[in-house]
Design a protein around this ligand. Sequence first.
Ligand code: ADP
Length: 512
Amino acid sequence: WKSEDFPWTKKLEANNRKVFGNHSFRPNQREVINATMSGHDVFVLMPTGGGKSLTYQANIPAAYLSASMEWAEQQEIFRELMSDTCKYKLLYVTPEKVAKSDVLLRRLDNLYSWGSLARIVIDEAHCGLGILKQKYPNTPVLALTATATASVKEDVVQALGLVNCIIFRQSFNRPNLWFSVMPKTKKCLEDIDKFIKENHFDECGIIYCLSRMDCEKVAEKLQEYGHKASFYHGSMDPLQRAYVQKQWSKDEINIICATVAFGMGINKPDVRFVIHHSLPKSIEGYHQECGRAGRDGQRSSCVLYYNYSDYIRVKHMLTQGVIEQSPVSIGTRRNSLVSSDRVLETNIENLLRMVSYCENDIDCRRLQQLIHFGEKFDPIRCRKTCDNCSKMLSWIEKDVTDSAKQLVELVISTGQKYSTSHILEVYRGSLSQIVKRHRHNILDLHGAGKHLAKGEASRVIRHLVIEDILAEDVRKSDIYGSVSSVLKVNESKAQRLCSGRQPVILSCVLFF
Ligand code: ADP
């Protein structure tokens, strides 16, 4: 799709320059356009900010239909759509409208029968629009999403009835976003105020809150601290919401305290920070909400304030069904045939993954997120742009073959009947009662690992277990069922190690 010239190539290049003012295409944009223009069904997985909208719109006469419009206004658009001389080339509709409006479907039927329904674009592809491919099988579908994990992708492709579709998928890593998790204390709002003043004074940002009341409280407090802040949530009337959005896009306010209802379709390129005032409901949602920062490619911050009691609170709200869902999860829920128990179970699993993310203060944040999207990521590429990686001085590779050999010898010479912790004690030179009782203090290897940093010897053992050179033989040690494990040696693999044919290398992290 890349190198070929198509009949539309020249126009495409010109439009990209003239209409959008871009110098070049971003990854996959040109390829997606070529594939859809060639008449294929296409499925695009691209992170928020990747530039999906350019693949299906330009400055052509367009209209939109949504439930929040005045009735008369809707009628006017329907009338225009039904006329032979309809001036619109592109119609934006919500999924609900497609499902509910007979007038609209009749118009689409007409267009289809005249061969004039050129394309169906499903942005933020959800499962519920399968009817379109059934009714209009010859019209190519372009489905785009910023959220699908590998398994969701299969579901969506199938539910939409896409045929032999071409899939474009690109990394969900957003190098210009900086990720961190901060402890949430009683002083959280002061911390947020300080963070913004120190790092993003007078810049644009979104603060995601859990409840409508939280949005209002946080906005009020930030106003007191002197910020131009406002709130946005589902129980405001559409006019009020539209007003806030407008103020925000014109930079009259620069901080919006919002529930996850805010964000779909928000296309402000210079959002410099996304703060989560409470625990997001899933990694997927978190990634998408953070994705609203830094669409222009400039460095932007994503800070999550976490405490465990928020987990309890969110879980309670999920159980009670009183939580504002993002449109993504609404779509999934409405269209799936699974029972509500199963939905709740999945929601709680997702929430628990988010808790592990917050509590994991070692692994690269990008790595933790991208694993969720089925993507491999080498944390070296993070370049200290997350809290966990910036704690580290560097990764070093350390040859620990000598220690590994000594530990294997120690396990053999003590008869393969002691636990990891006992072997470690002997190796690091402990003179505890137990060590003495077993006369392990007189062994040659007693204290041979004194020089190793704390935890390093145990990492060597863990590595040997993963490499299958040692095995932890787990057994019930007493009638109460408590479990202990004994280190054993895998003879053939140990021989390779001891004969020097297999070096043991550990990746170590040096902390500040
Ligand atoms: P998505 O829909 O994938 O979240 P958008 O289509 O809203 O992303 O694009 C995000 C931002 O990137 C917008 O500000 C847009 O103008 C800009 N953009 C898109 N394509 C290009 C390009 N080829 N070159 C420069 N900027 C681009």
